[in-house]
Design a protein around this ligand. Sequence first.
Ligand SMILES: Cc1cc2nc3c(=O)[nH]c(=O)nc-3n(C[C@H](O)[C@H](O)[C@H](O)COP(=O)(O)OP(=O)(O)OC[C@H]3O[C@@H](n4cnc5c(N)ncnc54)[C@H](O)[C@@H]3O)c2cc1C
Length: 381
Amino acid sequence: MERTLFEPEHELFRESYRKFLASHVAPHHDAWEEQGFADRSVWLEAGKQGFLGMAVPEEYGGGGVVDFRYNAIVSEETVHGQYSGLGFALHNDVVAPYLLSLANDEQKQRWLPGFCSGEIITAIAMTEPGAGSDLQGIKTRAVRDGDDWILNGSKTFITNGINADLVIVVAQTDPDKGAMGFSLFVVERGMPGFERGRNLDKIGLKAQDTAELSFSDVRVPGRNLLGTEGMGFIHLMHNLPQERLSIAVMAAAAMEFCLNTTIEYVRDRKAFGRPIGSLQNTRFVLAELATKTTAVRLMVDKFVELLNEDKLTAEEAAMAKWWSTEEQVDLINRCLQLHGGYGYMNEYPIAKAYVDARIQTIYGGTTEIMKEIIGRSMKLS
Ligand SMILES: Cc1cc2nc3c(=O)[nH]c(=O)nc-3n(C[C@H](O)[C@H](O)[C@H](O)COP(=O)(O)OP(=O)(O)OC[C@H]3O[C@@H](n4cnc5c(N)ncnc54)[C@H](O)[C@@H]3O)c2cc1C
């Protein structure tokens, strides 16, 4: 299907990002899978070449263009290359909007230049061992002490958690105020009492660091409060739709990649004296999957346009997130089946796609929570 989302300048950007991936990621990704995280040097190179902070104003070293299509290109090409160790989407799509919309001028001066150069790798820490979907169950607590805050608690499953220099931490600041009792804090590498736990052992995304973080009497200066005290949840609600669309962008790209790799495979592989692509079942399965891939692509591209126009609603982002990721998981499962036993072998791209995809319906808000968001908006009861 011909896409109408991009202009020639986006395609030039795509070309240069592809070259970056070929030179600075492809030769190292297997080693990063072994070690469980990407080297910091790739962040510095990405920063140098303009692939971090495209939406950050030029005065802070960013690209100065608020246009999510650039973010989408980074994600699409990263997915097409199966370079799942790069945490750029978390940095550009998820964290950047918090810093751009909530940081004051002094904070922007302190953090954004490093954000764009790759010297400051970022993360966001909402989830705790006892609170994932139910964010109001967060127990990490910040208590005021003079101008500072004393932070205690622990977070888990934090993407970029090992490499991160700057972590946006969601903490309870006033337990009596319910949803209005949470605030966001920026915790920086080296603050006493801020420790990283294990780099978690996942079934997929092997080169992506996902960690536990703990905070024991961390003294966070008042100037590291991000946004307004007590408005943490409102800030999250405002920014989560972009995070969810970012995941949908990856899902659409993964569907296209896996469909294409499977089409190539069934053309070559023979059974009973003919290519398995000539079997009616194969054609029917791939016809169905091509149709679904096209439908997901149409939805995602339209929603990227809406996001750019500041019109994407929370419900629409939830629809894109749950539906695209469920279709992604289903498509990859069925494509793997068409590979037979080879699909179960790690050397085939479909095997890697299978394990990497499984988290997509879970992080950023599970399918069930997305359906809750959509259902609630219908005022059914
Ligand atoms: C690789 C990876 C990276 C991640 N990155 C980050 C990150 O960078 N930052 C961060 O903060 N978090 C991150 N997460 C955490 C992720 O967002 C949570 O795992 C997710 O939100 C689900 O929370 P949970 O694991 O506690 O599951 P639970 O909330 O315990 O859910 C378990 C099951 O119950 C269902 N359920 C829960 N509530 C309801 C309900 N009301 N109605 C119906 N069903 C319900 C869920 O849908 C799910 O199926 C990451 C997780 C992983 C695995």
